[in-house]
Ligand binder design. Structure first.
Ligand code: BV8
Length: 248
């Protein structure tokens, strides 16, 4: 099935002074990483991510939450960027100013070559300590429970933003700077349900940016965007990047 991308969207992108992109777990689906809502496979089938990705869950059962992240880190370590990630890296090189805000913690955008990336919810491969936030790099992949911080001895936790936690100030500032000023925003592979990330798309809509959504399903944003491209990111984005590169 040929993928139809309206000429008017190509023209808006090609003529944009600045483009913002917001991605969610759907863009990593074709790298073999289950989307956040599908992450309930195998031994983790009985847990909802929203019940594990919280400070309370970690305090209640640090080993369980740590093992969930160790399982996810293994998936991420085995994953490769897919053509969707690579197409966004090409678009960053082709367009004058494209800034990418990702909700994903898998690091695949940077591995695909994107450089202007805001990791809005952190990066699962890094750790920090619970008490003082001392940064700690990757942990032993076989550690069954949280190692201790070398500086203060408190338990390590993944360097991600849990539900109920604030987005880091610099990520928040960079993200709003990108969407406040964008001519075009692409919302890709996100169910647009988690805030304040989903609010970034609303900011672009409010100031009249051209907004396109790339998702095989509909979301709460679909009825508000100018372009709703029903398809997979790994199929649609390379076509879009080719048309921008070819100037047509
Ligand atoms: C906070 C890191 C303030 C951890 C994650 C209003 C305002 C502010 C906050 C709230 C609010 N309402 C509710 C809240 C609280 C909460 C929230 O939003 N809850 C939700 C459940 C309603 N928000 C927070 O807690 C945030 N913090 O607000 O702090 C505060 C703090 C203290 C006191 C007062 C105020 C922090 C939220 C961050 C949580 N951390 N991740 C980890 O990964 O373990 S969130 C995590 O879930 C992801 O990072 C991502 O953000 C989200 C999952 O969403 P998606 O990425 O969209 O994935 P999903 O599976 O849902 O959808 C995938 C989509 O892809 C689907 O649409 C599918 O159709 C599509 N798809 C599938 N295949 C493809 C595809 N698309 C394209 N191509 C394909 N091939």
């Amino acid at each position: 099935m040929s993928i139809q991308i309206p000429d008017s969207l190509i023209e808006a992108l090609a003529g944009a002074r600045t483009v913002a992109v917001v991605t969610g777990s759907g863009i990593s689906a074709e790298s073999g990483i289950p989307t956040f809502r599908d992450a309930r496979t195998g031994l983790w089938a009985n847990y909802r991510p929203e019940d594990l990705a919280t400070p309370e869950a970690f305090r209640r059962n640090p080993a369980l939450v740590w093992q969930w992240y160790q399982w996810r880190r293994k998936q991420v370590g085995e994953a490769q960027p897919n053509p969707g990630h690579e197409a966004l890296a090409r678009l960053e090189r082709t367009l004058p100013d494209l800034r990418l805000i990702t909700q994903n913690v898998d690091g695949l955008h940077r591995r695909a070559g994107s450089r202007k990336v805001v990791e809005f919810h952190g990066n699962v491969m890094n750790n920090r300590c619970l008490d003082a936030g001392h940064p700690a790099g990757p942990a032993d992949p076989d550690a069954e429970s949280p190692p201790r911080c070398r500086e203060c001895g408190s338990p390590l936790r993944p360097d991600v933003v849990w539900f109920g936690e604030m987005i880091p100030e610099n990520a928040l500032h960079q993200a709003y700077e990108a969407v406040d000023d964008c001519d075009v925003l692409l919302s890709i592979g996100t169910s647009a349900q988690v805030y304040p990330a989903a609010g970034l798309v609303e900011v672009a809509l409010q100031h009249g940016a051209t907004v396109a959504e790339i998702n095989p399903d509909t979301t709460p944003m679909t009825s508000q965007v100018g372009f709703a491209l029903g398809g997979n990111a790994a199929e649609l984005l390379p076509v879009l990047a080719d048309r921008i590169a070819d100037g047509k």
